[in-house]
Design a protein. Structure first.
Length: 215
């Protein structure tokens, strides 16, 4: 269905960076004497706003000022280990398999996202690439408004769009924007939490593309 448009998430979806995210998250928690978490715990507990996730794990509130500091610790640790990341095993095949237009929307920093995507040789697949262009606060940055703005800039009718992501927030973003959604269980979020959103859940990106054709 070439008239359809696919919006891809980056972290945890096209980019297989769960191990690096967990490592950077544990560095962040250790910075304030918090506990270490496993990848399975992260997949069960991670959510946006990220400050709420931090508060749950630390067992206390996290102020916007403290979140800004913790966010920098995470960012520095993540960037230091980013070179170890690879694409999801079927990411390239999934991008090639889609017959319609595609774009990329991430909640990672735009100025770092763009060269990373280009470094993997993927830029040519996308009509547009958008990441965060500001420093996020601890209580904001659900993806919904960003998806709406992304589609408006592209001139896309949300009814013709399918978002492929790996988080509960991706499902909520699609609902807010009026788009459809397919959720990938191989990323940051436990499959049970994804299924609880009511959105279709798949185990591979190739399955996501196949399903997106039918929505």
């Amino acid at each position: 269905m070439s008239e359809r448009h696919l919006v891809w998430d980056w972290n945890g979806t096209l980019l297989d960076d769960l191990a690096v995210v967990v490592q950077a998250t544990n560095t962040t928690f250790a910075h304030v004497g918090g506990p270490a978490i496993t990848a399975d715990e992260h997949r069960r507990r991670f959510r946006r706003p990220i400050a709420d996730y931090y508060a749950e794990v630390l067992g206390r509130p996290v102020s916007p000022e403290e979140f800004e500091q913790l966010n920098k610790v995470f960012h520095d640790a993540y960037q230091a280990a980013l070179g170890a990341c690879a694409l999801a095993v079927d990411a390239r095949d999934a991008l090639r398999r889609w017959a319609g237009t595609q774009s990329l929307l991430s909640m990672w920093y735009h100025q770092e996202l763009v060269p990373t995507v280009d470094g993997f040789g993927l830029t040519g697949h996308f009509e547009r690439i958008d990441g965060l262009r500001h420093q996020p606060g601890g209580a904001v940055d659900h993806k919904g408004p960003y998806l709406s703005a992304h589609l408006e800039t592209l001139g896309m009718d949300p009814a013709s769009v399918v978002l492929v992501g790996d988080s509960v927030d991706d499902a909520h973003a699609a609902e807010v924007a009026g788009a459809s959604c397919v959720l990938y269980s191989g990323g940051f979020t436990d499959g049970a939490a994804l299924r609880a959103t009511g959105a279709p859940v798949v185990g591979s990106l190739l399955e996501a593309v196949t399903l997106a054709r039918t929505i």
